[in-house]
Design a protein around this ligand. Structure first.
Ligand SMILES: Cc1ncc(COP(=O)(O)O)c(C=O)c1O
Length: 388
């Protein structure tokens, strides 16, 4: 097979081959730990987010680093998302290979392999890239020109998180003017990420902080316009600010992604979405009220919040590599061999630990979806894009 989509096509085949036998099975017999998606809850979350943006300026461009699943991304696009956001060019390649045609890579592409991959991939999908450095703009422009491709570009502006992004409006304007003059690149506007607001538990303070972040990003966009530069797009936001950023008329794209699964971290911050992703575990020991499950840090993300049990408020004593230990009480009935579902602390670092998402309806497996690409590597796309 010589096709730039080969890594994705192979991943899909491999997952169907190795895990397809579980389709039709009850989750009571699924080997644990298993990553399980309740398809009905997932679809309700997708519909709830679309309804929340109904009538707003902002259109949804969901961040798909959360689920790393082209199957779910396509469901979001069919429901009305304008395209997707991804964190890496390899995630972009997987989405494009699965026919998601409009992709924002919300991260600086600097190492030469990623620049070259973006230039190659731009032949197969509409790509939007984020930049915050003059040298990087030169490199992207040169790569696009030599490949004969083009990409849209947003100038990344830091709005208080202190991660990537131009540190001042003047710097952003210089970068925008450079992009505008660069062959192979089309200036579209501004990208920002108010990540520092997502962690703010107090909704009023979060609203104030996010308001400041949006005003800053919007003022940079207006500055581009005042200088005669194209600036139709302001792309920002996440699940923690979807009902703040998503309602601001200055924002044209909302990058919320975690709402599809609703992990414990986001669930504590924003009500209104259902837990659709769980890790199905087995009880492997019970000593009095101390219950030990067969899922640890190798199967569930514990960033920000220790994963709780679905439907219980017991707090985990700890998570080891392959064990979760809960102190329960005499109301807790599960004994060895029984199944218990955990809500991930943080979905993006849970999904990444698994090969496959088991799509489930009424506790029966209805499909198997590859988690792709897993990990930070290129998953074969470096080679296939070079060849293709
Ligand atoms: C650039 C960017 N946009 C948006 C998001 C929001 O994603 P979520 O909805 O999962 O909070 C993130 C999360 O890390 C991000 O890094």
């Amino acid at each position: 097979m010589s096709d730039w989509r080969e890594p994705w096509l192979r991943a899909r085949e491999r997952i169907a081959d190795l895990y397809g036998r579980h389709v039709g099975e009850s989750i009571d017999v699924l080997p644990t730990p298993a990553l399980v998606v309740d398809v009905d809850a997932l679809q309700r979350n997708i519909a709830t987010m679309m309804a929340a943006l109904d009538g707003q300026t902002a259109r949804l461009r969901p961040h798909t680093k959360v689920q790393k699943s082209p199957d779910i991304a396509l469901m979001q696009v069919y429901a009305g998302a304008i395209g997707v956001t991804v964190a890496s060019v390899w995630e972009a390649a997987a989405m494009a290979a699965a026919d998601v045609g409009d992709i924002l890579i919300a991260n600086e592409l600097v190492p030469p392999d990623r620049v070259a991959a973006a230039a190659a991939l731009a032949a197969h999908a509409r790509l939007t890239l984020a930049v915050d450095d003059a040298r990087n703009i030169d490199a992207l422009s040169a790569a696009m020109t030599s490949r004969g491709t083009e990409a849209d570009v947003l100038v990344d502006v830091d709005v208080g998180m202190g991660r990537c992004g131009a540190r001042s409006p003047e710097e952003a304007l210089r970068l925008a003017a450079q992009v505008q003059a660069a062959p192979g690149l089309r200036l579209r506007g501004v990208m920002a990420y108010e990540g520092h607001c997502m962690l703010e538990p107090d909704p009023e303070r979060r609203t104030r902080l996010a308001g400041r972040a949006m005003d800053h990003a919007a003022s940079v966009k207006e500055l581009f316009r005042a200088e005669g530069l194209p600036a139709d797009t302001l792309s920002m936001g996440g699940t923690g600010t979807y009902n703040i950023t998503g309602r601001n008329p200055q924002v044209t794209e909302l990058q919320a992604g975690s709402y599809v699964f609703m992990d414990a971290f986001h669930g504590n911050l924003v009500p209104g979405f259902e837990v659709s992703l769980t890790v199905l575990t087995s009880v492997i020991a019970r000593h009095g009220d101390t219950v030990i499950l067969d899922a640890g840090r190798k199967s569930i993300g514990i960033d920000f919040v220790l994963p709780p049990m679905l439907g219980h408020d017991y707090v985990a004593r700890y998570y080891a590599e392959e064990h979760a230990l809960f102190d329960t009480d005499d109301r807790f009935r599960a004994d060895i061999g029984d199944r218990v579902r955990l809500v991930s602390g943080y979905a993006p670092t849970t999904v990444n630990l698994h090969d496959v998402l088991f799509a489930v309806r009424d506790d029966q497996v209805v499909d198997v979806w590859p988690v792709f690409p897993r990990g930070p590597g290129h998953s074969g796309f470096l080679t296939s894009l070079e060849r293709g």
